[in-house]
Design a protein around this ligand. Structure first.
Ligand SMILES: [Zn+2]
Length: 251
């Protein structure tokens, strides 16, 4: 899921005897007719920098990505090329903390997207036993260039959502898909990003700003977009704490 779409997908809520699916095994149902109306151009690849939590081996990570995208990539002539693997211990327990840490990771030269594969730990197990809602993956809203997926099965929720399907789902978001269950929109986005890269002869597949609904066409612009968003959030929180202290000091 992209964070702005968090209410819609990527979480299975299991409560008491009622199993409510708001899950995201798929981003939608494929439509050959919708795909055939678009020109995806020549074969190309996305340079993926893989971040691996402790306990996820490089072979496991590469295999998971390969299996998640092997059926979909050929539909668009867009393959995933894992260009680097970085050890990246899980930075937080909850989705927001993981995504915020990823938003602080700059896209380096040669890297189009960052995908972190997160391991499970005992806290997740307890969370699952308590049957609390959980997010199995997410992507940043501002650029759709950084995301994560839980790469190990441990909770009951994951009986219905394999790590492979979560990785596939997040890859779609990373390729510009900004609406769940509308594959026609995903096709348009993938074709658009590929076309821009081809026509401008760059080495970067543009990101997609989900907030402003526009392409971001360079790594520098992607990094700057996130820097600005983080700074704005910091200023908001500073202003809020100043207002609170002002209220307290006048009481
Ligand atoms: Zn999603």
């Amino acid at each position: 899921m992209a964070r702005g779409l968090k209410a819609a997908v990527c979480v299975f809520i299991i409560a008491l005897t009622i199993i409510a699916f708001t899950g995201c095994t798929s981003v939608g149902i494929h439509s050959t007719a919708a795909r055939q109306r678009l020109d995806f151009g020549a074969n190309d690849s996305v340079a993926l920098c893989l971040y691996l939590d402790a306990g996820i081996s490089e072979e496991q990570g590469r295999t998971l990505v390969q299996e998640a995208w092997q059926d979909d990539g050929p539909l668009y002539g867009l393959h995933i090329n894992v260009v680097s693997v970085t050890a990246w211990p899980r930075p937080a327990f909850m989705m927001d903390g993981i995504i915020d840490a990823l938003r602080r990771e700059p896209l380096k030269p040669g890297c189009d997207r960052i995908l972190a594969l997160i391991n499970r730990h005992v806290g997740d197990f307890v969370w699952g036993v308590l049957q609390l809602p959980e997010y199995l993956g997410a992507v940043d809203d501002e650029t759709l260039t950084r995301g994560y997926a839980i790469a190990r099965r441990i909770t009951l929720n994951q009986m219905f959502e394999s790590p492979r399907s979560v990785v596939r789902h997040e890859i779609y978001h990373l390729l510009g898909c900004d609406e769940h269950f509308r594959m026609a929109r995903c096709y348009e986005q993938i074709a658009r990003l590929k076309r821009w890269k081809r026509e401008h002869a760059t080495d970067f597949l543009p990101g997609w700003d989900l907030v402003n609904r526009r392409m971001i066409v360079s790594r520098e612009a992607v990094n700057e977009r996130l820097r600005a968003a983080l700074n704005a959030e910091m200023n908001e929180s500073l202003n809020a704490s100043t207002e609170v202290s002002g209220v307290l000091s006048t009481q």
